[in-house]
Design a binder for this molecule. Sequence first.
Ligand code: PMV
Length: 341
Amino acid sequence: MTTASSSPNSAFIKYWGNRNNPLRLPVADSFSMSLDGPTVEIDIEHSDALKVISFNPDGTQLELGEKHVNRFGKTLDMTKEYLTKLGAPDAIPASVSITVRSNIPPAVGLASSAAVFSCLAKAIQGLVAPVIELTNDQTSVIGRLGSGSAGRSVHGGFVALVAGEGEEIDSSYGKQFADQNHWTLHDIIVVPTMLEKKVGSTEGHATAQTSPGYNDRVEAIMSRRQQECIDAVLKKDFEKLTAVCEEDVLDMHHVMQTSNPPLNYLTDDTHRITNGIIELRISEHLPVFYTMDAGPTVQLICTDESVDRVREFAYAQEGCKVFEAKTGGGARIVREVALSA
Ligand code: PMV
């Protein structure tokens, strides 16, 4: 049995839209910072039939719907296809049993699927190691097959999901640009509602290209934004990072809102929080920027210098829950136990 652990990531340049939906091959590059929490742990072991058991943060068992179990099944099938391509068709047993223990509060607005599928990928890396040694870039392909953004959380620190070209299963993968020791940034997460979102990102990716703004978005990322973000991170230029990340998040939400059907993930609470942080940034010259994924939750990214003040601002937001994270090390194997037959 192999046990792995992982956490979500905070997307600086957002992944939105696929050139191949079943394989989750993105249209454009994206970039994120892996977080040090909250964590998910997954055990994977041989079994007669596919079994997926999931536990909530409070230890109670989560009843997984058919859709969720199928997502694991499909990811495993595609992983077998990928391992066949790598010359190791029998590296994964016919069936496996997967136990997920999540410390991520449900609907926290942090991509729990990124944590879960990067964790699964890492656990698979451990499981297949006696047959084939996968690199982390190869392991990120497996993560991506379950959830595009999971392709980034396999690595720690600052990571791109390189879109690549063509239809090959491994044409898009996670690439680390700097590890977690390069720069500590904090992510203060302000959650206005714990209600589950109605339209998940898998459905959203499928309609992204109906937006008239989509092609311009891809062009801006591929010709400039992704590189600006990478340069800002490598040079630790927080001002430049703020400008490019806020430009990109607003652009992604514009694309979402102009898609067919339109997706409006942002609420009055989101706007109140983002306006408040802009005011604070200007009046107190604080290094902090905001970003939102497919939900109303606002992530406030800041430096050691500003984190205390940003925390104070976050906890003062009425009716909101606050979670704290910082730059983290990506997915890792925590235990490997040889089970006797
Ligand atoms: O990995 P997915 O399919 O859950 O897509 C993630 C989409 C966003 O969170 C909106 C953006 C991102 O890059 O994480």
